[in-house]
Design a protein around this ligand. Structure first.
Ligand SMILES: *[C@@H]1O[C@H](CO)[C@@H](O)[C@H](O)[C@H]1NC(C)=O
Ligand SMILES: *[C@@H]1O[C@H](CO)[C@@H](O)[C@H](O)[C@H]1NC(C)=O
Ligand SMILES: *[C@@H]1O[C@H](CO)[C@@H](O)[C@H](O)[C@H]1NC(C)=O
Ligand SMILES: *[C@@H]1O[C@H](CO)[C@@H](O)[C@H](O)[C@H]1NC(C)=O
Ligand SMILES: *[C@@H]1O[C@H](CO)[C@@H](O)[C@H](O)[C@H]1NC(C)=O
Ligand SMILES: *[C@@H]1O[C@H](CO)[C@@H](O)[C@H](O)[C@H]1NC(C)=O
Ligand SMILES: *[C@@H]1O[C@H](CO)[C@@H](O)[C@H](O)[C@H]1NC(C)=O
Ligand SMILES: *[C@@H]1O[C@H](CO)[C@@H](O)[C@H](O)[C@H]1NC(C)=O
Ligand SMILES: *[C@@H]1O[C@H](CO)[C@@H](O)[C@H](O)[C@H]1NC(C)=O
Ligand SMILES: *[C@@H]1O[C@H](CO)[C@@H](O)[C@H](O)[C@H]1NC(C)=O
Ligand SMILES: *[C@@H]1O[C@H](CO)[C@@H](O)[C@H](O)[C@H]1NC(C)=O
Ligand SMILES: *[C@@H]1O[C@H](CO)[C@@H](O)[C@H](O)[C@H]1NC(C)=O
Length: 375
């Protein structure tokens, strides 16, 4: 059927439905000045903000676990460190209130996803965090919110429930602002890229899993793949605090800071260590890491709209290295692909991917992803 025929058939059907009894006419009519096409756009759709498949349920279940750790993390950081600790790295009472407000946002986000999931919704867990200082807390927050945000961008498009996607989108754009603010608290550029990357649920789960210690037994199992852990042993470290007003050196909180010595650059050698599959991880040690990939041969760099591969070199057991790639999103002088807080994984193949089919990378992941602090 030609598209034009399809559209006129829909319009005809639409006319018939408008005439149906027991429904207010307004509610069933295509809104004025609305061109043909669109999904759930013809006035006949009653919103249903619940999962429509196991895929939806498990995607939202993962998102809820992410919202809960953010709620705990922001409150924990505020309670763990003293006012003097925060002030010493330039974070004021108003900045601390903003973090408190972010925790309150997470109450709302968890409530919203719980409403969508109903009585099977997960409850909050206990967590472990890898930081000892305020700067490390802020760094961990910008990393955790990076994979929370990217984890949702990776699946929104694939949900069966467009209505659930709508609500989740409205929470994740808020989380995107949190991620940016934590970068500013760390004296980083708030947004050194043109596009924020999406990753798969299994990648997000792999990154989240290590921080969950115990969860209630009734929490629904998280069914995504948990890949073997990947460690970047020379990850650029953004936590150093210099409050010296020297252009290109100052890393104090700011709307934005140029770093004349960037955290990373194309050609930088990056070293990795990774685990073998079969390790019990995450809450109550109740998940087992898994891979279906073969021999480790490449490093996938997931950033902006692109997945770029470089050769994995000097492989020795579960360690190896590579060189950070260059390249720009649209070639020429467009945005350098590798920047910001982004993702790397060890793979067995070099395949062509774009944002809507990035899940095709899952079967090829040997280990990771890990977060690379490229800028
Ligand atoms: C309205 O659009 C939906 C798809 O979004 C379609 O399934 C349905 O048949 C359409 N209804 C009418 C009356 O055109
Ligand atoms: C940063 O430096 C300025 C100027 O020297 C000083 O006034 C301010 O107290 C310093 N802030 C912190 C957190 O060290
Ligand atoms: C995990 O352990 C805690 C503490 O022992 C226990 O309360 C909880 O039911 C356990 N959860 C699971 C999923 O086994
Ligand atoms: C990652 O490697 C660094 C450098 O060897 C090490 O200090 C760190 O403990 C490792 N992290 C993990 C989680 O293994
Ligand atoms: C990062 O740098 C800070 C400050 O220079 C230092 O205290 C910390 O140990 C470093 N972290 C890592 C993982 O190397
Ligand atoms: C910033 O200055 C400090 C000394 O104040 C120095 O130790 C550090 O290496 C400088 N960092 C950069 C990125 O230039
Ligand atoms: C900031 O960095 C950009 C890009 O390297 C450069 O063009 C600009 O001059 C820098 N601005 C300042 C104030 O350092
Ligand atoms: C990342 O972006 C920042 C801010 O524009 C810039 O200073 C830095 O050089 C960039 N880093 C890389 C690796 O391109
Ligand atoms: C590892 O996890 C699996 C799957 O949940 C479980 O059956 C097994 O008992 C766990 N092993 C340990 C040592 O906790
Ligand atoms: C990964 O999971 C599959 C399916 O459950 C299983 O057959 C396989 O043995 C697992 N592989 C590893 C390396 O644990
Ligand atoms: C990955 O494959 C593409 C297309 O075949 C090729 O251009 C590129 O050189 C390959 N990259 C590596 C690291 O082998
Ligand atoms: C990056 O991804 C975009 C969108 O898929 C594509 O148009 C562009 O060609 C890619 N850039 C590179 C260097 O592969």
């Amino acid at each position: 059927m030609k598209p034009s025929t399809l559209f006129s058939t829909s319009l005809l059907l639409c006319g018939l439905v408008v005439a149906a009894p027991n429904e207010p006419r307004q509610a069933r009519r295509r809104p004025p000045f609305t061109p043909p096409g669109g999904i759930n756009a013809n006035g006949s759709h009653t919103p249903f903000y619940h999962p429509l498949s196991d895929f939806d349920f498990q995607s939202l279940n993962l998102a809820l676990n992410q919202e809960y750790i953010e709620l705990d993390l922001f409150n924990y950081g505020l309670a763990r460190f003293s006012v003097a600790d925060f002030e010493a790295v330039g974070l004021t009472a108003q900045d601390r209130y903003l973090i408190q407000f972010m925790a309150e946002q997470e109450i709302g986000h968890a409530q919203m996803v719980t409403n969508m999931l109903g009585r099977r919704a997960a409850k909050q867990c206990t967590y472990t965090y890898p930081f000892e200082t305020v700067r490390e807390f802020v760094d961990f927050c910008q990393k955790l919110t990076r994979f929370g945000e990217s984890g949702v961008y990776g699946f929104l498009e694939h949900l069966d429930s467009r209505d659930a996607a709508q609500l989740l989108l409205q929470s994740i754009t808020t989380e995107a602002r949190q991620q940016m603010i934590f970068r500013q608290f760390e004296g980083l550029s708030p947004m050194p890229v043109w596009f924020e990357a999406g990753i798969t649920q299994s990648m997000a789960w792999t990154l989240l899993a290590p921080y969950l210690v115990t969860c209630p037994a009734e929490n629904p199992r998280i069914e995504w793949q948990n890949f073997p852990a990947l460690n970047i042993t020379n990850n650029p470290n953004a936590t150093a605090f210099y409050n010296n007003s020297i252009l290109g050196n100052d890393t104090a909180p700011a709307i934005t800071q140029n770093r004349s010595e960037p955290l990373s650059y194309p050609g930088r050698e990056v070293f990795f260590q990774w685990e073998l599959p079969g390790k019990n991880v995450s809450y109550n040690n109740s998940y087992v890491t898994n891979t279906t990939a073969g021999t480790p041969r490449f490093v996938a760099w997931i950033s902006q709209l692109n997945t770029t591969f470089t050769a994995l070199r000097n492989v020795n057991g579960q360690s190896g290295s590579t060189f950070q790639p260059g390249g720009t999103v649209f070639g020429g002088n467009s945005s350098p692909i590798v920047n910001g807080t982004m993702f790397v994984a060890i793979t067995d193949a070099n395949i062509t991917l774009s944002p809507s089919n990035i899940s095709m990378l899952n079967p090829h992941i040997v280990a990771g992803p890990a977060l690379y602090q490229s800028g």
